[in-house]
Design a protein around this ligand. Sequence first.
Ligand code: SAH
Ligand code: MG
Length: 196
Amino acid sequence: MDIIKEMEAYAKQYNVPIMESEGIEFLCNFIRKHHIKRILEVGTAIGYSAICMATVDENIEVVSIERDTERYHCAVENVNAAKLQKRITLCHEDALKCEVTGSFDLIFIDAAKAQYLKFFQRYEKQLNIGGWIVSDNLQFHGFVEHPEIIRSRHLRQMVRKIKNYIEFLKNNGNYDTEFVNIGDGVAISRKKAENL
Ligand code: SAH
Ligand code: MG
């Protein structure tokens, strides 16, 4: 699809942190393999990953949240150009305030790294049993593994929050989590059946 190539070029030109090709390919294969139909995305940017995910299968529906006005409008244009407005619902709001209805098979968290735990806690009630939470950028350009190279305090705090989130996932008995060394680091957490 031309629109995909155009979005990749736009993201490169304007430094929009869309998923890397290896990561998006992995995510789309994952969606196909597990017959995922209802997806909630936190962090639309310009709609690249939402469009890629919706294109996996014509029964897939995506709800995606973006707080930045310019990116939101850009995403609306791209979704319209891809003729996916019936299956992709875009919300222009802060994901920590937004009210989303319905339940999901997959929640894809790809927004402000310091808030992952809050996103997780806000939306996990709407995740179906056996459903997945995929969290992107957990290596954060290598800073998580090599904090000694960090110079700024702000960055150090962010990396600390990512580490806390990783610990939270590891210790969360309601989920089985696997960390995958793909793109910028992805965690895949599966919600277990209750009282197992
Ligand atoms: N998933 C996209 C990339 C998202 S980049 C893709 O791969 O194509 C992360 C986006 O999350 C940014 O556009 C940023 O504005 C948005 N974001 C960060 N914090 C947010 C929040 N609290 N609520 C909604 N959007 C947020
Ligand atoms: Mg990302």
